[in-house]
Design a protein around this ligand. Structure first.
Ligand SMILES: [Zn+2]
Ligand SMILES: [Zn+2]
Ligand SMILES: [Zn+2]
Length: 341
């Protein structure tokens, strides 16, 4: 390849690429060609060259040293590739972080912007890891706390990521609480002594189907939907239906009623109790699981419990049970839910 003593007329010169006088040597042009570029011109000073990417046609400035000793990068191709990886990761690419070259800025589907290392986005695009919007996550945690009467005021002062610092709305007391416990409303306030066992709860009946397994799970929880998703440890593909959710005036009443019911069922229908070995690895409980044929009997007993709870006669009931909240009304539970992950 012959020496090029003048920039090719077609070469677009970005404003900051001021031509620099001097010869363009053949060995530079050859190196550029081998590395996917056309040598265009000397620019800025005696150490810099303008190269045109043979892939995309974009002109960029490269140090002579980099051209001769390394693989020059085409920023335009790099940014195109980054945008494609972002799309594959479910994001739109906004550009590199001007202060930290290994970080990019992205717009998430929720509308919030995220800042992540490009390497992380590659792994998300490949399905190796997930991606969480911190602001949406914080909002969701704030809503969960509010539902149980608490306000998140900061991270755990002791630095445990599984805990946050919360303020009890009722009394203003600040306290660190395990996030998982707050999700299920299981937190006692050390300031005013309010306990989760004194708060409303529910007796629930779930139907679980997974890989030919068909089970009924009976239990109690302040929030049966949360219980299903997080506490039972069900596989993602398990299909769970909330058959019943009976509002109980207190966690204590729900616990006592549920335990009495299990004791009777074990005594009167021992063959309906599913051995834990049958659902090992699917459910992380070891009891309170029944064969589906017991459902009519369970429904009859739950009807009686619902009536008693409504009349305010449940153990520990100081007032009539508030019937129905999140599950959309009364003791008739409803809605089908995939076990979430
Ligand atoms: Zn390019
Ligand atoms: Zn978000
Ligand atoms: Zn309190």
């Amino acid at each position: 390849m012959s020496s090029l003593h003048h920039p090719t007329p077609a070469a677009p010169h970005p404003a900051d690429l001021s031509p620099h006088p001097g010869p363009l040597h053949a060995r530079w042009a050859e190196a550029a060609y081998q590395k996917g570029f056309d040598l265009m011109a000397r620019v800025q000073d005696r150490y810099h060259l303008a190269l045109r990417c043979r892939q995309c046609g974009a002109v960029s400035m490269t140090k002579l040293y980099v051209l001769m000793n390394n693989q020059p990068l085409c920023r335009s191709c790099l940014e195109t590739a980054r945008a494609e990886r972002a799309t594959a990761a479910g994001l739109s690419y906004l550009g590199p972080d001007p202060d930290h070259p290994q970080y990019g800025l992205f717009r998430a589907a929720c509308g919030h912007s995220l800042r992540r290392q490009f390497e992380i986005i590659n792994r998300v695009a490949d399905g190796q890891i997930g991606l969480r919007c911190e602001r949406c996550f914080a909002q969701k945690e704030q809503q969960i706390a509010a539902r149980h009467g608490w306000t998140r005021i900061g991270p755990d002062p002791r630095g445990n990521p599984n805990y946050h610092l919360y303020r009890h709305n009722a009394c203003g007391h600040d306290q660190r609480i395990a996030r998982a416990n707050l999700q299920w409303g299981q937190c006692d306030c050390a300031g005013c002594g309010e306990t989760w066992t004194a708060k409303p709860s529910n007796i629930y009946l779930f139907e679980i189907r997974y890989n030919g397994l068909h089970l009924l799970k009976l239990g109690y929880s302040a929030n049966p939907l949360k219980r299903q998703k997080h506490q039972l440890g069900l596989p993602c593909k398990a299909h769970v239906t909330l058959l019943r959710s009976i509002a109980m005036p207190t966690g204590h009443a729900a616990c006592a009623t549920e335990k009495r019911l299990h004791a009777r069922l074990r005594r009167q229908h021992p063959d309906a109790v599913v051995p834990p070995n049958d659902y090992r690895g699917v459910l992380n409980v070891v009891s309170e699981v029944y064969h589906p044929w017991l459902r009519p009997e369970l429904e009859r007993r739950l009807n009686r419990i619902a009536e008693t709870a409504r009349d305010g006669k449940a153990p520990g009931a100081g007032r009539a049970a508030a019937i129905g909240d999140e599950d959309g009304g009364g003791s008739k539970g409803g809605g089908e839910h995939e076990a979430g992950c």
